[in-house]
Design a protein around this ligand. Structure first.
Ligand code: SAM
Length: 284
């Protein structure tokens, strides 16, 4: 991330979530704020021609993955609420809209949006521009994961470490170093029993087939030239082992088979996720 510059990928994935609302039936992730949060101009252009932004061969796979990871995180959050989760920490929130459509009764769930400082400033300006009301049960915490610890950032924001907490970290780990990802996960592993996290991650390029590798290379070049290069990749088996060693008792790694079976079965449009990224759930 470049200092004083908001994340460009945050707008891009938000555009995919918005396109999903317009292009895909049935929706995997229903987000009534998705079009508004991308800004008036982008929303009008997308509505006028939703296919124009989604025209590349990889676009439907990326759109499906962006929709599926948010759906999975919020499905797991719902299960967490039944276990006593009372704080939801959205790491690298970008233009995530959960806090502005929080379905739980007031006082049940406090949301924290943690993000790179300039992305967060940009989002707050966007919320104002689009007249999206800030709920009382939301706190912003500006944190650069590479130079500050999540623990310090959350403490400053009033996070209560004694409360059962659910974390999501969607579309972020690949932009950080492996050390930062592992240190952040270790901190989350110190949360009370019943807490947990859902995050997605990219598979180590060495584990990819030649066809997967060419998609990986194309996407990797695109993000690097936009100034947000991918840095961290994981081997699913080793990551699962490391999470268990940190103390997570329930670890569930979801690859394309699991995700497609869970969310994309029997669709007429053939929408499905590809195989470069996976979604991990780790619960204490
Ligand atoms: C691809 S966007 C994903 C946004 C959001 N989670 C979503 O799914 O729409 C990546 C997010 O990671 C954040 N990010 C990247 N590097 C970061 C860092 N070093 N510290 C904090 N946030 C970071 C960006 O600001 C951006 O919001």
């Amino acid at each position: 991330m470049k200092e004083n510059q908001p994340s460009g990928t945050a707008q891009r994935v938000a555009m995919r979530r918005a396109a999903h609302q317009l292009l895909d039936d049935p929706k995997v992730f229903d987000d009534p704020v998705a079009l508004r949060i991308i800004g008036k101009e982008s929303a009008s252009a997308l509505k006028a021609d939703p296919h124009q932004y989604e025209a590349t061969p990889l676009a439907p796979y990326l759109r499906a993955f962006v929709a599926a990871r948010s759906r999975y995180a919020e499905d797991e959050l719902a299960l967490g609420i039944q276990r006593g989760v009372r704080q939801y920490v959205i790491l690298g929130a970008g233009l995530d809209t959960f806090a502005y459509r929080n379905p739980y009764p007031e006082g049940v769930l406090h949301a924290f949006e943690v993000d790179f400082p300039s992305t967060q400033t940009w989002k707050r300006a966007r919320l104002e521009e689009t007249a999206i009301t800030l709920p009382s049960d939301l706190t912003f915490a500006a944190v650069d994961f590479e130079t500050q610890t999540l623990e310090e950032g959350l403490q400053r924001a009033g996070y209560d470490s004694s409360k059962c907490t659910f974390f999501s970290w969607l579309g972020v780990t690949e932009y950080l170093t492996t050390e930062v990802v592992m240190a952040t996960l270790s901190f989350i592993a110190s949360a009370p029993v019943g807490s947990g996290i859902v995050f997605d991650y990219m598979i180590s390029p060495s584990l990819l087939t030649p066809t997967q590798r060419s998609s990986f290379d194309a996407l990797s070049q695109r993000v690097a030239s936009a100034g947000e290069p991918w840095k961290a990749f994981f081997d699913p088996e080793l990551l699962t082992r490391d999470l268990r060693a940190m103390g997570f008792r329930h670890v569930e790694d979801n690859g394309p088979e699991e995700i497609n079976t869970r969310y994309f079965e029997n669709r007429k449009d053939g929408l499905r996720v590809g195989s470069l990224s996976r979604i991990m759930k780790a619960q204490l």
